[in-house]
Design a protein around this ligand. Sequence first.
Ligand SMILES: Nc1ncnc2c1ncn2[C@@H]1O[C@H](COP(=O)(O)OP(=O)(O)O)[C@@H](O)[C@H]1O
Ligand SMILES: [Mg+2]
Length: 305
Amino acid sequence: MSSAEVEVRERDPQGEVHGGVSEAAAESTFHEVDDRERIIPAIEFRDVTLAFDDLVVLDSLNFKVQRGETKIILGGSGGGKSTTIKLILGLLKPDSGRILVDGEDITDYTEAQMMSVRKKIGMIFQEGALFDSLSVYDNVAYRLHEQGVPEEEVEQEVRRMLRFVNLEDAIDKMPIELSGGMRRRVGIARALVGGPKIVMFDEPTAGLDPPTARTICELAIKLRDLEDVSSIFVTHEMNNVKYLTSEYAVVDDHGEIVFEEEGSRLCLINTKVLMLRGGKIIFEGTDESLHKTEDAYIQRFIHGH
Ligand SMILES: Nc1ncnc2c1ncn2[C@@H]1O[C@H](COP(=O)(O)OP(=O)(O)O)[C@@H](O)[C@H]1O
Ligand SMILES: [Mg+2]
């Protein structure tokens, strides 16, 4: 029996013991926080250190990505951002410290054990990394074809993913016929096949023009707000930070997905910033507090000079 329940019963003036509305309300209020699944972070680094010879790339790194949260990782070139992602995928192993995915300590996992962990992670690289000899359909279907999924199901899933990235019309095209931004979106559709609950973006907007970069950010926002995906979004572009921390996606009365700006009355956006420098976290918090930081390096980074 929860303490909330006890209180309701004790306060009943008639001395009658009944559950009623209060109990139900208490239950629904506490349902989310009581849900063990939600308390366990999607990703957790505990004192993770990694050096390549004399170069300490990550120096006792500690952070968590909560469920449904987007963690933006900022930092200059060579700051250890891609290394962090490779550690989560088990492509590199730390010298010391622990790495947990969905509460599972994967630090000492073998390659075979890592395969099942990687299945629940969608990975979006800087380059779309498409197979040029395969159509958009076959590119997106790649993992499903490998797994021998029946074609009927493959087509359904491919169409669902292409709709998600607004590219259903391009289903029969070859990669060479697509613009850079479209290729990037096909890469995203391919990474999202099977509905991974953890998605990692490694500089997904590098080299794209601002409006196209924005569409990539909107995909990340949709995953966060409509699919309850936990993600790491590596970038060094402040425009991305602005979109991800100030806009949210909702479904309107007509069933259309729309993006709204966070008003002062709302605080829905589940996105935090983490900044790496020399293998250490030099900032962790909201976008607002990032901008208020007086640190000279951070200010230069934010303002691009
Ligand atoms: N396999 C490796 N062997 C040696 N040095 C590496 C290796 N991978 C990365 N590094 C070095 O580690 C540092 C961090 O790299 P990386 O994580 O790719 O940085 P970022 O993605 O933040 O630009 C860089 O100085 C890079 O040269
Ligand atoms: Mg990198």
